[in-house]
Design a protein around this ligand. Structure first.
Ligand code: 5GP
Length: 187
């Protein structure tokens, strides 16, 4: 029986097809390689699949930033890249662009490092809750206003390594963070 509020949006094969399409777009776009700046931790599965599906040279680096919490009004680096971005083509790789605050913060910070170009690639785009407008150059899938888990996206640390993307009911998860463990991990 399906768990309450859980619905698979993308099966693994559909994720693979999307990654191949986005990797193709990126490989065609950059003649001279690209620096991928991935946002920890959610983008790791997407990044790993994407970079291996790309046919051009690439450098991978990582940032970690504080989650935006309403009221604090600020996002800041917990960990910065070590790669020099001067005159390089740079692509930020995100799991999901929701409010756009993460993307806007990173575009602001990284643009000061004189890259040749600076763009954003995200696996999921959810425009419904956008607070800051951001241009997304490469998008895997656009979704309606629903919370999603799997393929890097977690709830309280769970479900990141699930190989599908699924919508989940946050009220159900708040009551029981393990509510979807049996359905998604078969345990
Ligand atoms: P932003 O609001 O800055 O665009 O996104 C911030 C972060 O919130 C994302 O990178 C992601 O980690 C998390 N997030 C936003 N929406 C969702 C969602 O639907 N599911 C999960 N698991 N995380 C989300």
């Amino acid at each position: 029986m399906a768990a309450e509020g859980l619905e698979v949006l993308l099966e693994t094969e559909e994720i693979d097809a999307i990654v191949d399409r986005v990797a193709g777009e990126i490989s065609e776009r950059y003649d001279d390689g690209v620096v991928l700046v991935a946002v920890l931790r959610g983008s790791v599965p997407f990044l790993a699949d994407l970079v291996r599906a790309m046919s051009i040279r690439s450098v991978v680096d990582f940032v970690a930033i504080t989650p935006y919490t309403p009221g604090t009004g600020r996002v800041r680096f917990l960990m910065d890249i070590t790669t020099d971005l001067t005159d390089r083509d740079v692509l930020v790789v995100e799991d999901i662009v929701d409010t756009g605050l993460t993307s806007a913060f990173l575009l602001g910070e990284l643009s000061r490092r004189q890259p040749e170009s600076l763009s954003i690639c995200t696996f999921v785009d959810r425009p419904a809750r956008r607070v800051v407008p951001v241009d997304l150059d490469h998008v895997g899938i656009q979704i309606p206003d629903e919370f999603v888990i799997g393929y890097g996206l977690d709830h309280k640390g769970r479900y990141r390594n699930v190989r599908v993307l699924a919508t989940a009911d946050t009220a159900v998860l708040e009551r029981d963070p393990d509510a979807y463990v049996q359905e998604l991990y078969g345990a």
